[in-house]
Design a protein around this ligand. Structure first.
Ligand code: UD1
Ligand code: CA
Length: 456
């Protein structure tokens, strides 16, 4: 069965008060429209049609490279029915058309699947919810047998209809063949002068189709975002679900309201007995092995941290690969390409970029390691800098096994420090150091007789 998905995303979203089109605003670090499209893909949609209008260039640009999207332009917003009509020529002749909204981001796959399953040439399906205060929404009108007969918009409803609590979420699945028939018949003869998509319900009933309704597992799946407060509300709801999922997998989360998980593609993969303290942000693809501990206020993005490693408070880790039993932070920064081998340690106020820290090696305090490869059991003293950049080009520093670099040394790359060599504290190393030697490159200490000046 061919499944076309039409996502309405032409509205302005003026209440967001933003230069960014509404559907590009994120939930969990991912644009709302991307949530909707990913959900559509998860139910094996054959074609994705997105109806854009306001900010269409920006919206299209944000999805450049997504070749499965067909864009339809709605220049003037004349209603939801008119919007779907903009994509009509691109829809298949038969199969199912599923209608979704770019600003209703958290619809779930199981809900869409259930809607699709209810569609046949003689039946369409509609997602509804019951609301204590249904103001503003289209009401689901049923006959004495409980069969849906139409949807009446709030502004067109009579007193009896206004008291109906079951409302239209806007999400529906329709036999595509029928949609081709019905959409050209819509009229704008109503309170808002718009072409209402909801009028297809009465047309369906008139053509002898059954309108089956379905309720979502969570009402939040159908919540739209019109302002920043609604966006924040959905963000919190979604975060609670993501964090809950981690806890289900056996992670200790010390404060579930203070862990955020953002823009997960493949998501967060965890081993057993991981512990995450308060105010942690996990972004992108993150792997945390058995027994990993993440202390408070750390940010970990697209990185893998293997079993038994500890990330102490206030550390920032991005595109890094940390092996087992490592010790990071507090206040450490691992930048892209940082690789820590088993048992390595990177302490406070250290920055590591595009470098390997070998097994059991220690970079404990106030150090910059960039474009370097450090062997096993190396000790890098406090305040050491790899001078990797001459203002134009980057050069490599190679530090072999067992080296000891004294504190406050500068290693001017390209440079090699051979196995078991020692660099005296305060040295500026500009030439290779041979294995087992002690290199000292600093002013010699002298003792002079001298009287400090005193005040006249
Ligand atoms: C619509 C439904 C209503 C339902 C409500 C749920 C209609 C006529 N009414 O109400 O029954 O209870 O949604 O929220 O369908 N859009 C376009 N182009 C347009 C008009 C709208 O792309 O010309 C998009 C908007 O950007 C938005 C969505 O469609 O994402 C819904 O539009 P909105 O104006 O919020 O729908 P309502 O009329 O409030
Ligand atoms: Ca609305």
């Amino acid at each position: 069965m061919n499944i076309d998905v039409v996502v309405l995303a032409a509205g302005q979203g003026s209440r967001m008060k933003s230069d960014l089109p509404k559907v590009l605003h994120p939930i969990a670090g991912k644009p709302m429209l991307a949530h909707v499209l990913d959900c559509a893909r998860s139910v094996d949609a054959n074609d994705l049609h997105v109806v854009v209008g306001h900010g269409s260039d920006k919206v299209k640009a944000a999805f450049e490279g997504a070749n499965d999207i067909q864009w339809a332009l709605q220049i003037e917003q004349k209603g939801t029915g008119h919007a779907v009509k903009m994509a009509l020529d691109n829809l298949a002749k038969s199969g199912i058309t599923l209608i979704l909204y770019g600003d209703v981001p958290l619809i779930q796959s199981n809900t869409l699947q259930a809607l699709n399953n209810l569609v046949s040439p003689t039946q369409m399906s509609l997602l509804t919810v019951n609301m204590d205060d249904p103001s503003g929404y289209g009401r689901i009108v049923r006959d004495e047998n409980g069969k849906v007969t139409s949807i009446v918009e709030h502004k067109d409803a009579n007193a009896a209809q206004l008291s109906i609590k079951e409302v239209n979420t806007g999400i529906m699945a329709v036999p595509t063949e029928s949609l081709h028939k019905w959409l050209p018949q819509l009229s704008s003869d109503n309170a808002q002068g718009e072409y209402y998509l909801t009028d297809v319900i009465a047309m369906a009933v008139e053509s002898g189709l059954n309108v089956e309704t379905l309720q979502p597992e969570f009402a939040e799946e159908t919540y739209g975002v019109n302002n920043r407060a609604q966006q924040a509300e959905l963000e919190r709801w979604y975060q609670a679900r993501l964090v809950n999922e981690l806890m289900t997998q056996g992670v200790t989360v010390l404060d579930p309201s203070r862990l955020d998980i953002r823009a997960s593609g493949a998501g967060v993969n965890v081993g057993r007995d991981v512990v995450i303290d308060a105010n942690v942000i996990l972004e992108g693809e993150v792997m945390l092995g058995d027994g990993v501990q993440i202390e408070a206020n750390s940010i970990i993005k697209n990185s893998s941290i293997a079993a038994g490693s500890v990330v102490k408070a206030f550390s920032h880790i991005e595109d890094a690969n940390v092996a087992q039993g490592c010790d990071i932070g507090p206040y450490a920064r691992l930048r892209p390409g940082a690789i820590l081998e088993n048992g390595a340690k990177v302490g406070n106020f250290c920055e590591v970029k595009k470098s390997v820290i070998g097994e059991g090696s220690k970079v404990n305090h106030l150090t910059y390691i960039g474009d370097a490869s450090i062997g096993k059991n190396v000790n890098i003293g406090a305040g050491t800098i790899t001078c990797n950049y001459d203002g134009v080009n980057k050069f490599k520093t190679q530090i072999e096994d067992g080296v000891f670099i004294g504190s406050n040394s500068s290693l001017v790359a390209p440079v090699v420090v051979g196995e078991n060599a020692t660099v005296g504290a305060g040295s500026t190393i500009t030439k290779d150091v041979a294995a087992n030697k002690l290199a000292v490159a600093r002013g010699k200490q002298v003792s002079l007789n001298w009287q400090r000046p005193s005040k006249k």
